[in-house]
Design a binder for this molecule. Structure first.
Ligand code: ATP
Ligand code: MG
Length: 274
């Protein structure tokens, strides 16, 4: 669905932020981009949505180079929830901000209103519809950004640390909402995150970046099986994975496939107690 082919990107000051990135996200896939601060995650999303132009390589959407697409067409098909909500929100009120995209698509007023209401309730912000943007908390701004993306009903959603600053219940409900859109609506998701515990719960395939390069790619089980690569990229195992790593190394408890989630750990513990 969306594909990066040997993409290289350099900022004007000479920083080489992406250095030969090749990967693709199939239709309806949920991809996680992981890596430490400054490894190139945000740059990669900005290259995928056409905001930054690579100096080498290309980005294709459904096999078509995005360079040959109009900005409007690209921005309705691929929508991004930015890392910093202040880069995204610019209208006086929440409702106006969320309506901006759908209005630009020339949708009828009724349809715009329907999309805005539905997006606001999906992110738990229905009661804040008429608040000024500058009166929102940081977490509420993040939710408003996501509502703006949802109202566009795009084919691909790029999410730059969508759950950073959300409360624990908010994180869970937003992740379930994204997963539902992904599995039931077939929306392709590419999400950056530092929250490694979310990865095995929601993500189909994880990509680890280090200094602008892909250093590991695979299912959560494959990626988390390589603890040294994770740590070299300033990441860590999930909390449950770490517990079972200690049980294996220090307490010599024999576990073949280390669990990564509470559900997997529960099954493993019941097995061990038999
Ligand atoms: N406008 C810019 N000008 C010059 N260098 C930049 C610019 N924006 C980012 N960089 C550099 O590019 C590299 C990648 O930055 P990027 O923001 O993509 O990292 P990131 O993985 O998203 O980090 P974080 O986890 O902190 O969000 C870093 O070395 C950063 O300093
Ligand atoms: Mg970033």
């Amino acid at each position: 669905m969306i594909e990066a082919k040997n993409v290289e990107f350099r900022y004007p000051d000479g920083t080489r932020a992406l250095d030969g990135i090749t990967f693709s996200a199939g239709r309806g896939e949920f991809i996680g981009i992981l890596g430490g601060n400054g490894c190139g995650k945000t740059t990669l999303l900005k290259v995928l949505n056409g905001l930054l132009k690579p100096i080498r390589g290309e980005i294709c959407l459904d096999h078509e180079n995005i360079r040959s697409m109009s900005r409007d067409r690209l921005f309705t098909r691929v929508c991004t929830m930015f890392q910093n909500p202040d880069d995204q929100l610019f209208s006086p009120t929440v409702r106006e901000d969320i309506a901006f995209g759908p209005k630009n698509m020339n949708l009828a007023k009724d349809e715009v209103d329907r999309r805005v209401s539905s997006a606001l309730s999906s992110v738990g912000m229905a009661e804040s519809a008429d608040k000024p943007i500058n009166a929102l908390s940081y977490g509420q701004k993040k939710r408003a950004c996501l509502a703006g993306v949802l109202a566009m009903r795009p084919e691909v959603i790029l999410l730059d640390e969508p759950t950073a600053s959300l409360d624990p219940m908010g994180t869970s409900s937003i992740m379930h909402l994204l997963k539902d859109l992904n599995t039931k609506g077939g929306v392709t998701m590419v999400m950056t995150t530092h929250s490694v515990d979310l990865v095995p719960l929601f993500i189909d395939r994880a990509i680890i970046l280090n200094r602008g390069r892909i250093v590991k790619e695979g299912s959560p089980a494959e990626v988390f099986a390589d603890a040294p690569a994770l740590r070299a990229a300033n990441l860590r195992l999930t909390q449950i994975g770490h517990l079972f790593e200690i049980l294996k190394k220090k307490d010599f408890i024999d576990i073949e496939n280390a669990p990564l989630t509470i559900g997997e750990a529960r099954r493993e513990i019941k097995e061990l107690l038999k």
